[in-house]
Design a protein around this ligand. Structure first.
Ligand code: NDP
Length: 336
């Protein structure tokens, strides 16, 4: 029997590169979509396997975006849709965040149903942003689970780029579940809903200055000076290697079909990350001390969660924050 072929959209992304790497390690055939041949060629060089190839899909938000790619690859039986804009340096929320996220998801599902009826599973990378984390929802007694939906409205998501991102993930995920409900396609749908994803890049870092949005949280702390104020930011986290593995379990494990996999490991705060860096990288003299004890305060003020259903389905133990931070910092320091 020939190995399963998996299509991964946005294959050059932070999370997607780990998914592709793991799929190749597990002997799958992988077809990744990227926006340009330059990005595809870089990925081919890093992955260095005859089982990986790429197709160019310049904009997932354009109707029929994946049609040609799927017509050209009738061997694909699993579609993993990770591509979605995760950036805040934008000027038009609807055009740059909402439309590519929502239409991109619909386009992926439509192309699969129309041109790849042999696909058995579709996995969509959603987010904790689709579960909770909107301003008025920050209720300290609230425990977020797989059943929760962010109450953000379309109007509120047009307010600023941060809320635009929350809306983009909520409405894109809703569109995916609605599609399956109304169209009843051949495939089973699973979503993966992580909060902030930290951890090392899948391949050695070539450009220290530019990193994806969530990795930049850690990267930015490394650039502080001893007198810098540590940001008061805090939220939930999960390691990128756990997120990648969950995308694969999402189609390998029949129990994951039709579910939202809420993948959160633990709360984090910038002060807490600084504490981990200072303890493990004593050679870094630029990192400010801040107020180390405040980490507890921030972490207890962040979102409470119960993702036992997901943990039961996946039967995994998620990596702790210190492992994730130590591995990321080590990799950044090794970069030229
Ligand atoms: P990256 O920015 O590294 O990856 C995003 C990917 O989407 C890139 O390949 C990007 O292409 C592609 N993309 C964005 N917009 C378009 C578009 N209009 N047309 C085609 N491709 C597009 O981010 P992550 O790896 O962090 O994010 C991957 C997924 O995970 C996203 O769906 C994100 O919302 C979700 N997520 C991420 C979290 C995190 O903390 N990292 C947390 C929760 C969810 P290009 O590089 O060419 O721009």
């Amino acid at each position: 029997m020939s190995p399963t072929a998996v299509f991964v959209s946005g294959a050059n992304g932070f999370i997607a590169q780990h998914i592709v790497k793991l799929l190749i390690d597990k002997n799958y055939i992988v077809i990744g979509s990227v926006r340009s041949p330059v990005k595809g060629d870089e990925l081919v060089a890093n992955i260095n396997s005859p089982n990986f190839s790429y197709v160019v899909v310049p904009d997932i938000g354009v109707s029929g975006a994946f049609d040609e790619a799927l017509k050209a690859h009738p061997e694909v039986t699993v579609f993993v849709h990770t591509a979605s804009p995760f950036r805040f340096d934008i000027s038009d929320i609807e055009k740059e965040l909402l439309t590519p996220a929502i239409e991109g998801t619909k386009n992926a599902l439509q192309s699969v149903q129309k041109y790849a009826p042999q696909v058995t599973n579709v996995v969509v990378t959603s987010s904790f942003a689709a579960i909770g984390a909107f301003r008025q929802y920050e209720d300290p007694s609230k425990i977020f689970t797989e059943a929760d939906w962010n109450p953000i409205t379309w109007e509120a998501s047009l307010d600023n780029a941060g809320d635009g991102y929350l809306g983009s993930k909520k409405f894109a995920e809703q569109a995916a579940w609605d599609y399956v409900k109304t169209e009843k396609p051949n495939f089973k749908l699973t979503t993966v809903n992580p909060p902030y994803v930290f951890g090392p890049q899948a391949f050695p870092i070539k450009n220290k200055k530019e990193s994806n949005t969530s990795s930049e949280v850690v990267n930015a702390l490394l650039k502080l000076s001893p007198s810098s104020k540590i940001p008061e930011t805090h939220h939930l986290f999960v390691d990128v290697r756990d997120v990648a593995a969950a995308h694969i379990s999402a189609f390998e494990n029949p129990e994951a079909a039709g579910k939202r996999l809420f993948l959160a490991s633990a709360p984090w705060s910038s002060q807490g990350i600084v504490n981990i860096i200072r303890k493990n990288f004593t050679e870094l003299k630029n990192i400010p001390v801040g107020e180390p004890w405040k980490d507890n305060l921030y972490r207890s003020a962040t979102y409470k969660f119960n993702n036992s259903k997901t943990i039961e389905t996946l039967k995994v133990e998620l990596l702790p924050l210190d492992t994730s931070i130590i591995d990321s910092v080590q990799q950044i320091l090794e970069a030229k």
